[in-house]
Every structure is written in structure tokens, then in C-alpha cells.
Design a protein around this ligand. Sequence first.
Ligand SMILES: Nc1ncnc2c1ncn2[C@@H]1O[C@H](COP(=O)(O)OP(=O)(O)OP(=O)(O)O)[C@@H](O)[C@H]1O
Ligand SMILES: [Mg+2]
Length: 283
Amino acid sequence: MINGTLNHGKSNSLMNEYSSLLGEAILRNRTRAAEHSARIEAELASRVKSEFISNMSHELRTPLNTIIGFSKLLSEHNGRPLQNTDIVQYSHLIHDAAGQLLAVINDILDISKIQSGRYTIDHSEVHVDDVLAACVASSKLAADDAQVSLALYVDASLSTVRGDITKLRQIFANLLSNAIKFTKPGGKVKVDANRTNDGGTLVTVEDTGVGMSAEEIEISLTPFGQVDGKRTRWREGTGLGLPIAKSLVELHGGRLEIKSRKEEGTTVAVFLPSRHLVSGTTR
Ligand SMILES: Nc1ncnc2c1ncn2[C@@H]1O[C@H](COP(=O)(O)OP(=O)(O)OP(=O)(O)O)[C@@H](O)[C@H]1O
Ligand SMILES: [Mg+2]
């Protein structure tokens, strides 16, 4: 009996020892996992930051150099006469470069306003099908240049959305520009607009392009984040379009979701409610 109690006490203390060892091992493992994810986040932030500086100076310098170079040639016209056709061509180049510069500056202002919560949007009745038709029409040239086919399918029963027409144009123009930019020649871009069961609108922009992994999707939604953001990256841009588009969709009371597979393609889905709740009231 005494022997039995002794054995019982011994196994109890062994059990205690095992359980505290196990507890310590679990804690150590959790700390290691937390440190690992903090390190990954820090690495991602520093990578995005350094790529941003080099990309941004490229995005600002390229149009500025065009403006400085061609305006100089125009200003020397008296000493070194230019043909009329040259004058027209140089003026167009300067005008386009100034437009590019303005777009970059507007994006930077947009993202900083969004991040500080000072962004407001208009709430009027918008026909999303008209917005999509206009965006698809103005992307046609870029799609032809990239040898990518572009199609639009709109559900006839689509209802209007309460929102900001300029911002909705900005959202879809960026999604289309991305889909075309990241799809190789011979690929396809398809835009679908459907009515959801609750009367809202679902727009999907689907491409057969380079695609993204789960980690790359996260980078793409980070302001200034570009999947191949190094100087060797194969496409232009500042990496602001997608985070701005996501925030603008959310300001409409909707949500933006990305599904993608490497080398297969990407689908960006935008859900927009028919009515948007603003501070407890339906607009
Ligand atoms: N459809 C897509 N297919 C593959 N990669 C994409 C797609 N859309 C976005 N990406 C990736 O996400 C990144 C961020 O996209 P985003 O629109 O924010 O920036 P951008 O197009 O590079 O520049 P911009 O600010 O001019 O829009 C892109 O650089 C690209 O790496
Ligand atoms: Mg873009």
C-alpha cells in the first residue's frame, strides 16, 4: 500500500515535470513563430520602401526629362528652326508627359488623403454599365498594342449604384490597365458585370496573365508595393493603383477581392452594394 502511494507520487511528479517541459516547448515555439512573422513583415516593409524610392524617382524623372528636353528644343526654335510637324509632335510629347506626372501626383495625394481618413466621395445614382463601357473603350488602344483581347459582358438586369462616378471610373480604369499590363501577347481580358441576389453589383476583371502567389497579392495591395518592384521590373507604374482602388471600393461600402494563380491569371472581384450605409443612414 505504502509502495503504491510512493509509485503514485513518483508518477505524479514525473507528469508535472513532463507537462512543464511541454509547456515551455510550446511557449518557445510560439515565440519563434511570432518572431518569424515579425521579421517577414519588417523585411516586406523595408523591401517595399527601397523599391518605392527607386521606382518613384523613375516615374517622376522620365516624364520630367521629356518635358525639359523637348521644351528646350522648342525654345531654341529661333536659332535652330523646327519643322511644323516637329513642333506639333514635341508639344504632344510634353502634354502627355505632363499628364503622366499629374497622374502620379494625384495618386500620391489620393493615398495620403485615404490614409489620413480625409477622403470623401460623391453619392449620386451611377450606371455602372456606362462606366464600364467607357473604361473598356478607352483601354482598347492599350489592349491592341499589347495584343490582348478585351471583352465586356453586362447583365441586362443590372441596377444603378449609389456612388461617385469619377472614383468608379478610376477603380475600373486601374483594374483594366493592370489586367492588360500583366498579360502577355495572345492573352485575354474579360470584364463581367452581374446583379447579385441582394440587388448589388458584382464586377469581375479576369485576365490570363502572369498571375500572383498569395504573398504577391499581399504585396500588390500594399501602397507602393509591386510584385517585381526592382529596377528590372518589366512594367511601369508606382504601385498605388490597386491599394487606391481597394480603398475607393470600401468607401462605396463594397469590397475588392483578388484570386490569382501564378502563370494562369488573375481575377479581381468588386462587390458594390445598391445602397450605401453612411453613419446609420441609407444613401
Ligand atoms: N492583373 C494582374 N496580374 C498580375 N499582377 C498584377 C495584376 N494587378 C496588379 N498586379 C501586381 O500588383 C502590383 C500593384 O498594382 P498597382 O495597380 O497598385 O500598381 P501598378 O500598376 O504597378 O502602378 P500604378 O500605380 O500605375 O497602378 C503590380 O505592380 C503588379 O506587380
Ligand atoms: Mg495599376
